[in-house]
Design a protein around this ligand. Sequence first.
Ligand code: CAA
Length: 275
Amino acid sequence: MGAGQMGTGIAQVAAQSGFTVHLNDVSPSLIEKALGAIRGNLDRAVEKGRLSAEAREAAAARIEPAPDLATAGGADLVVEAIVENVEAKKGLFARLDAACGPHTLLATNTSSISITELAASTKRPDRFVGMHFFNPVPVMKLVEIIRGIATSQETVETAKSVALKMEKTPVEVQDSPGFAGNRMLLPMINEAFYCLMEGVASAEDIDTVMKLGMNHPMGPLALADLIGLDTCLSILEVLNAGFGDPKYRPCPLLRKMVKAGYLGRKTGRGVYTYQ
Ligand code: CAA
């Protein structure tokens, strides 16, 4: 569910791993755009010799557009990757709960919203789990498997085995604000925005410090642009509200940029500009 950058990546990797995928979004044109992006990624993998032409065709054939939510009724596992908004996600899960068969597991790729709270919008909290992938999904090896208060052991084990089949490394995490990954990552990104706002260094130099000084593959500001500044802000809001600790207070510059619509790569402008 959701053909944005995360949903597209999850669909691609799942199809490459042998799963039949039905890709849903609110409009057929968004699904078509995602299928085009997947096709482009698979083509590049073939060009680089990482994938055979036969495997590309087989993976592409395993993904079907599914503009109608009712298609989820026959699914074994639904992975939700829609907008990071608690009400939107709850509404979708209530509809999925009604549409899906009793055996269907519901998973959310939320980057910070409580799994327990989302599960409570369904009548199957035991068959509800967090599967948090990292961006870009085809490259990043980690999946956080997040257990809500009522998630059954069987559901956790199934989610782990799906992640392993997708050649990812699952780690089990409790349902705590920001889980483990974003609780550590977002304070660093937030601090980079404070450094920028206070004129400690230029954006390029802040990123260079972390790339050359700490061997990060990209600097925190470029990474914020990749994640989406709106997503970064909403994760910080969850950390701030969840822990009530001022160390998570979102940087005013980050807020201002989100208000301006400078959301990062997806809007062509964030900390940096993109063609
Ligand atoms: N889809 C598929 N493959 C991609 C890709 C994408 N979107 N982006 C890059 N790649 C592949 C490239 O094809 C390339 O593959 P080969 O080595 O086989 O040629 C490889 O990744 C490296 O790419 P590039 O050479 O173009 O660029 P790079 O070496 O600078 O790597 C990067 C790009 C993988 C994004 C790297 O900079 C990186 O790892 N950055 C950090 C990303 C990160 O921290 N992600 C986590 C974000 S937090 C999150 O997702 C959680 C959340 O909830 C917010």
